[in-house]
Ligand binder design. Structure first.
Ligand SMILES: Nc1ncnc2c1ncn2[C@@H]1O[C@H](COP(=O)(O)OP(=O)(O)OP(=O)(O)O)[C@@H](O)[C@H]1O
Ligand SMILES: [Mg+2]
Length: 249
């Protein structure tokens, strides 16, 4: 038998969304979304406020009631028990214990995932929170809370890491470092889904899902998106797509 060529047998996608429909408050919020996210990549979920980014993310991590369609993560239905240890989710509002220190918050997650104290400290350092490790989480600024929440997710070393606007309120240096960390994780085979409002962050993704009013208006690489719209930056590409849609009625 000829040897199997690894290039010809692509691994199954980390996330597969098929004709996903979600209603919230009795109104359609996601209207038939389909996409696949390859493992070992950073995928950006972009779109204006209210376009459905968080709802899509909730559907992927299995906390959203869906109306129809399917969402599959690492070959399992989204939200299934077997995914508990392999999928980490950082919500838009930092979710940490206010009455515990930064170190205790991250160590708690480390212990749950069988990671040691050194791993907890490394995660804290990686989000620039080393000097605040002893501080009560309840006494942190908004950006510091977000970073602590991120450290809790990073220490789990999940296969799939889903981050809802993780860089809001962070300064440019820490944002840059975090994107570097996301890239390192993807290079190590992890899959990251990151929502953002910020177009310069979109440039750092392997693929982009552009959402508008619950519909994908693009599912492409940054380079192909720029080429397809004849623009030299993603902000212009996004505006171009929206204007084309408006013209088409
Ligand atoms: N609990 C809810 N009940 C009813 N409607 C909701 C609920 N949560 C969100 N929605 C609606 O669903 C739509 C999509 O919301 P979603 O939170 O997914 O948007 P988003 O793209 O994440 O926005 P943002 O950038 O502001 O976080 C919006 O129209 C919103 O008003
Ligand atoms: Mg949101």
């Amino acid at each position: 038998m000829p040897p199997t060529d690894p290039d010809r047998s692509p691994s199954p996608p980390a996330v597969a969304v098929d004709r996903l429909e979600v209603d919230r408050g009795g109104r359609p919020v996601l209207s038939g979304l389909s996409t696949t996210v390859p493992a070992g990549t950073v995928t950006g979920i972009l779109g204006p406020s209210g376009s459905g980014k968080t709802t899509l993310i909730r559907s992927i991590v299995g906390t959203q009631k869906i109306k129809s369609g399917t969402v599959t993560v690492l070959g399992e239905p989204a939200g299934s028990k077997r995914l508990r240890r392999s999928v980490a989710y950082v919500t838009q509002d930092a979710s940490i214990y206010p009455d515990l220190s930064v170190r205790s918050n991250v160590s708690y997650f480390a212990a749950l995932y069988g990671r040691n104290r050194a791993a907890a400290m490394a995660a804290i350092e990686s989000v620039g929170m080393g000097e605040f490790a002893g501080r009560l989480a309840g006494n942190l600024s908004g950006g510091q809370k977000t970073r602590t929440s991120l450290a809790c997710a990073l220490v789990c070393e999940p296969e799939v890491l889903v981050l809802d606007e993780p860089t809001v309120g962070l300064d440019p240096v820490i944002r840059d470092e975090l994107w570097g960390r996301f890239r390192d994780l993807a290079s190590a085979g992890k899959t990251l889904l990151v929502s953002s409002h910020v177009m310069d962050e979109a440039e750092r993704c392997d693929r982009l899902l552009l959402l508008r009013e619950g519909v994908f208006i693009a599912d492409d690489t940054p380079g192909d998106l720029r080429a397809a719209t004849g623009t030299d930056n993603l902000e212009a590409a996004f505006l171009h797509l929206i204007r084309e849609l408006q013209k088409a009625g």
